[in-house]
Design a protein around this ligand. Structure first.
Ligand code: MIC
Ligand code: SF4
Length: 643
């Protein structure tokens, strides 16, 4: 039997373990990326490791999330990131240069390489044939130091693409279709590998849209082969030398094969409040729209911005709609300006937004109360837009543009507009002047730390027994946006004590005070959760800040991949129920004890939760490798790495 492309790349990078699906493997990381919101903590942790320089082939530090600069905090972080990059040999991409994933695809991604990024949408690189994985900042810091990255050796699903997309149907609809089929949970430890004759009909940015939003399925990553389209894209970026042909063997073995006919897909949307809540645009007809936002790392390439501009040309934005367009990178913005598309957009009444995450992370463009907002981004979790009761729908740029004109959800196929044809450029505008490339001479540079930048807190060693209280009980599908909100709170990422005041803010703002009081009394806090806990972003603050508040264990029906790894990295034990019905028996405020947890885990014995309030004993399970256990005993990866 032949090999999948995923297997070929992973085997080439394997440093620990064997390629046996479901076992833990350690892989070599060739490239890393960070963004400012997770990067500051990642570099503080890197500094704490005491190394002289990064050991990867390439590490890039992007500033794209927090470019609003209300107050001094963002600017302080940016200066810190710039100086730390110069010192350790990291490429620095200034604010305004674009969204990390879009820029990385344009300027640095290489087929066949591994990329680890402190952002959950790092799999965008899969569009160019990379194994690109999102992780917490501390894992990225370790990889920058030359350490391997650990994953569960994945199951590989072949998504066999056939046919061609019809006019007005886009790559966004393909990934929304995938989300309809696979949902947002239950895909942990899976890689989606796209193959088949339909692949050739998708450009690299279209493939990147699919691998980008594949993150919402909870998979390890998604990948496309590297073919003639990939060569053309890299050539147009002046990087043909980076191209290699890569594909699966014809007789490759897969864990599952699913056929997807591109001709049969129709315009789709993800309805509030989950990317997996898929509806047909044709069924949404006439729902009035208040806001339309085009951009984010999912849909902001040159072709997409040009297509939107062509739809808007000669037309006006509906009087009741606020329409914003954020190109994904400075390259996209410069080209769209040169080719007259920005002018067409402005003529129509569009608002030009910075080439950054902006509206997608909820730190700007919050819609009005109860607004219907159509966005081309990838997440519509409740409140993420900054407006708790806004109804956010995720759609393609085409559906977004047509709604901006009509003021309501409209099936673009029925709008009476001719489908705008935009060809992929054969030559992109290349201007790398907003990158600062490290020079050896700069290694003596002094790192600038503004008052917003603290030290990464270190945890105590694992206690023998956990004794305390159920600090909060939450339901299924709690995202990291619920645990650690971004938006207006984003500027406290470098200040853990302050940021910790907002843990679980959208669910129960009184949690941090309760947890802190318990901590002061010497009690531990545990969190009880339903299925798919920790969906969404890679932000390690969703583990780091609870750790700071004294959380020692999460007892959940299931935990998503990146968050599960972050919990281990910050010394929080992730436990599950042997009998899922026991979830219903525990309540917030219950006094609990998990006796001898350390010894039990060490000797692989079942762990028992004693609920003293209810007078109950509940059996808990765990799935930890020896390496993870050792990290937990030390209180987290930082202490384990520098010990
Ligand atoms: C997101 O889209 O949720 C973010 C903001 O990019 C996060 C990273 C972060 O919280 O800083 C992600 O996707 O990992
Ligand atoms: Fe930025 Fe949004 Fe992409 Fe996250 S999903 S990296 S916030 S554009």
């Amino acid at each position: 039997m032949g090999k999948s492309l995923t297997r070929k790349i992973l085997e080439k990078h394997l440093v620990v373990g064997e390629y046996i699906p479901s076992s833990e493997i350690g892989i070599k990381i060739d490239q890393t990326l960070t963004q400012d919101a997770t990067g500051t903590m990642a570099y503080l942790q890197f500094e704490a490791m005491g190394l002289k320089q990064v050991k990867t082939e390439l590490s890039v530090s992007y500033v794209d999330h927090n470019t609003i600069q209300v107050g001094f905090e963002n600017a302080d972080d940016h200066k810190y990131l710039q100086t730390v990059a110069a010192k350790y040999g990291i490429v620095y991409s200034k604010a305004g240069n674009g969204i990390c994933h879009q820029v990385h695809l344009e300027r640095f991604g290489k087929p066949g390489k591994t990329l680890l990024g402190s952002d959950s949408h790092t799999p965008t690189g899969g569009g160019i044939g990379m194994i690109a994985i999102g992780a917490g900042g501390l894992d990225v810091a370790v990889a920058m130091g030359g350490g391997e990255f650990y994953i569960t050796c994945p199951k590989v699903y072949k998504i066999n693409l056939k046919g061609k997309l019809q006019p007005w149907v886009t790559a966004k609809d393909v990934v929304l279709k995938m989300l309809e089929m696979f949902t947002v949970k239950g895909n942990v430890g899976v890689v989606m590998e796209y193959a088949g004759p339909g692949v050739a009909n998708l450009t690299v940015p279209e493939r990147a849209t699919i691998t980008n939003m594949g993150a919402e399925m909870g998979v390890t990553t998604s990948i496309f082969p590297s073919d003639e389209e990939t060569r053309k894209f890299l050539k147009a970026q002046g990087r043909e030398a980076d191209w290699v042909e890569l594909k699966a063997d014809d007789d490759a073995e897969y864990d599952r094969v699913v056929d997807l006919d591109l001709c049969e897909i129709e315009p789709l949307a993800a309805a509030p409040h989950s990317p997996g809540n898929i509806v047909r645009v044709s069924d949404m007809k006439n729902l009035k729209v208040d806001q339309v936002m085009v951009g984010s790392c999912t849909n902001s390439s040159y072709k997409e911005i040009a297509t939107v501009a062509k739809i808007m040309k000669g037309k006006k934005v509906h009087p009741d709609v606020s329409f914003g367009v954020a190109p994904g990178s400075r390259q996209v913005l410069q080209m769209a300006a040169r080719d007259g598309y920005i002018s067409d957009l402005l003529d129509s009444g569009a608002r030009l937004l910075e080439a950054a995450c902006g509206f997608c992370i909820g730190n700007s463009q919050s819609p009005k109360t109860t607004a219907v907002s159509l966005r081309t981004s990838n997440r519509n979790f409740k409140g993420r837009s900054g407006t708790a009761d806004a109804q956010v729908y995720l759609v393609s740029p085409e559906v977004a543009a047509v709604a901006a004109i009509t003021g309501k959800f409209t099936d673009p196929r029925d709008a009476g507009i001719e489908y705008p044809k935009v060809d992929m450029p054969t030559q992109f505008l290349i201007d790398d002047s907003m990158f600062i490339f490290p020079e050896d001479a700069n290694r003596s540079v002094e790192i600038v730390r503004g008052p917003n930048i603290g030290n990464p807190p270190v945890n105590d060693k694992m206690p023998e027994s956990i004794k305390g209280v159920v600090g909060i009980k939450v339901e299924d599908k709690i995202t990291t946006d619920h645990i650690m909100p971004a938006g207006a709170r984003l500027k406290y990422r470098s200040n853990v004590p302050k940021y910790s005041e907002y843990v679980f803010e959208p669910i129960d703002p009184s949690f941090p005070k309760r947890a802190m009081e318990a901590k002061k009394k010497g009690q531990h806090t545990v969190v009880v959760a339903g299925e798919s806990y920790g969906q969404g972003s890679s932000r390690e603050h969703a583990a780091l800040c609870p750790m700071y508040l004294g959380v020692k264990a999460i007892i959940a029906k299931s935990v998503e991949r990146i968050h599960a790894a972050n919990l281990v990295n910050f010394g929080i034990v992730s436990l599950s129920f042997k009998n899922m019905a026991d979830y219903d028996k525990i309540e917030q405020g219950d006094e609990i004890e998990i006796p001898d947890i350390k010894k039990k885990i060490q000797s692989n014995e079942p762990v028992i939760l004693v609920d003293k309030t209810k007078n109950l004993k509940i059996e808990l399970t765990y799935n930890l490798s020896q390496r993870q256990k050792d990290i937990l005993y030390e209180g987290g990866l930082l202490s384990y790495t520098v010990k």
